[in-house]
Design a protein around this ligand. Structure first.
Ligand code: DGL
Length: 272
């Protein structure tokens, strides 16, 4: 990969807006890296779709990102990382990283009891990928997975503080509270936005693991290994694209990213 343009952007994609939590972490840890973000707002959610569909969508997005001359790709979506990354990474002549392996590594480093909880979309949890990767790291770790499909629409609707949200957290996580897990992977892009509510509910005995943080660290390592780190000192740029509803996306992006977003462009990703 030597000789590539170090100033080229990093491509980041998600099924929608949740992946901005990963983009935010990349901006914090790698402030010199330019970012091209794609959120598939027309086709979200991925978490209730089949593997074939998720692979098909992910391939189209990668093709789109390649037209933006990205130097590496971050699959910020847990569902796409779980179901599509392994399928497509050998087809793509670019370094790629997802959120599952970094998240699992962080959980393995965090747990003391060897009992880890994982929450995510139905597709992610049913794929069993977190269990697989955690057991590769340490076969003695046991994993309890729980799909929490209603968390995503609640976050999308901006209802994180609503009393219904607290009821939903109780509904999905009550059994975890009673279990002996000591760390919980927030295995979905949207869940870090519920971090304080989940932490308040579960109490200090259970440590929450946000894969976004480890993914940004993993990206740094990947760029270093490929001699692709951006050495420029000026403020990096972020270009955001979606497949639908750019204005709504822009408002959300401005509420969570550390830089101002003036414009979000719409792209017909079906053409790629
Ligand atoms: N981005 C997805 C994930 O991290 C959540 C939203 C969806 O279901 O598409 O799994």
């Amino acid at each position: 990969m030597a000789g590539q343009n170090n100033n080229a952007p990093v491509g980041v994609f998600d099924s929608g807006l949740g992946g901005l939590t990963v983009a935010r972490e990349i901006m914090r840890q790698l402030p010199s890296e330019n970012i091209v973000y794609f959120g598939d707002t027309a086709r979200v959610p991925y978490g209730s779709k089949s593997k074939d569909t998720i692979v098909y969508f992910s391939r189209q997005i990668v093709e789109f990102l390649k037209t933006k001359q990205v130097k590496a790709i971050v699959v910020a979506c847990n569902t796409a990382s779980a179901l599509a990354l392994e399928e497509i990474k050998d087809e793509v002549d670019l370094p790629m990283i997802g959120v599952v392996k970094p998240g699992a590594a962080a959980a393995a480093a965090t747990t003391k009891t060897g009992r880890v909880g994982v929450i995510g979309t139905r597709a992610t949890v049913e794929s069993g990928i977190y269990t697989e990767v955690l057991k590769e790291i340490d076969p003695s770790i046991s994993v309890i997975g729980k799909a929490c499909p209603l968390f995503v629409p609640m976050v999308e609707e901006g209802m994180t503080e609503h009393p219904v949200m607290m009821e939903m957290i109780d509904y999905y996580l009550r059994f975890l509270k009673k279990s002996d897990v000591d760390s919980l992977v927030l295995g979905c892009t949207h869940y870090p936005l519920l971090r304080s509510q989940i932490a308040d509910y579960l109490g200090s005995r259970i440590t929450l693991v946000n894969p976004a943080y480890e993914t940004a660290r993993g990206l740094k390592k990947l760029l270093e290994e490929n001699n692709l780190l951006n050495r420029q000192k000026e403020q990096a740029a972020a270009n955001l694209y979606v497949s639908d509803l750019p204005e709504r996306f822009k408002a959300f992006a401005n509420s969570i990213l550390p830089i101002d977003i003036d414009r979000v462009k719409t792209v017909n990703v079906e053409q790629y």
